[in-house]
Design a protein around this ligand. Structure first.
Ligand SMILES: O=C(O)c1ccccc1N[C@@H]1O[C@H](COP(=O)(O)O)[C@@H](O)[C@H]1O
Length: 210
């Protein structure tokens, strides 16, 4: 069974549905432009009763030190997800600053994008392999877009990795079979509208990944 991260949670009922269905990672978005953005106080409340073994993930996009420090002062997190243009050096600096493990997202559109996974695998604790966002969007992730999963067949990196990008209850099993992913991340694919999670879709996704 692949481990599942449900990203962009903002309501206690959806956190409860994700945990009850077996999610191993819960994502809280600290990026103001996202329809899924939460405040640190909201994230603290949402993550307060999460059982051991379920990681609270803070998603940031090119955060400065002040944002990271202010967020962590207000809410406990177990893993930092970096979803912007952070360099390997910046990933290292954020690990040192926060004392937390970091998962670095890399956007993939073609084979030329795969080298960044090798570079980030030297410093990040985990890799997140996502679709590269289109130039026209203001969101660097959470767009519900998939990439050609065949690009990952036979690839190995130094760190554990998650597959993301356009996953849904209907396609996640195929994505896992093709890529061999041991962990998957979803946001839009378990929503009824942008930013509105659906407990039934969360359950269906986690079942389908099993
Ligand atoms: O979910 C968001 O709003 C978001 C905003 C900014 C950066 C990343 C974001 N989400 C991440 O994007 C991928 C793919 O999401 P989707 O399933 O295709 O909608 C996933 O890793 C989310 O964590």
């Amino acid at each position: 069974m692949a481990q599942v991260k449900i990203c962009g949670l903002s309501q206690p009922g959806h956190v409860a549905a994700a945990v009850a269905s077996g999610a191993r990672y819960l994502g809280f978005v600290f990026f103001a432009r996202s329809p899924r953005a939460v405040s640190p106080a909201q994230a603290r409340a949402l993550g307060a009763d999460v059982p051991p073994g379920v990681a609270r993930v803070g998603l940031f996009v090119d955060p400065d030190d002040a944002l990271l420090q202010a967020t962590l002062q207000q809410t406990p997190l177990d893993l930092i997800q970096l979803h912007g243009g952070e360099t390997p050096a910046r990933v290292s600096a954020i690990k040192a600053l926060t004392g937390l493990p970091v998962m670095k997202a890399v956007g993939i559109a073609g084979p030329e994008d795969l080298a960044a996974l090798t570079d980030h695998g030297l410093v990040a604790d985990m890799l997140l392999v996502d679709a590269k966002p289109p130039r026209t969007t203001t969101l660097p992730g959470g767009n519900g877009l998939a990439f050609d999963w065949r690009l990952l067949v036979g690839r190995r990196w130094l760190r554990p990795w998650m597959l993301a990008g356009g996953l849904t209850p209907d396609n996640v099993a195929q994505a896992i079979r093709l890529t061999g992913a041991r962990a998957v991340d979803v946001s839009s694919g378990v929503e009824s509208a942008p930013g509105i999670k659906d407990s039934d879709l969360i359950r269906d996704f986690i079942r389908a990944a099993g």
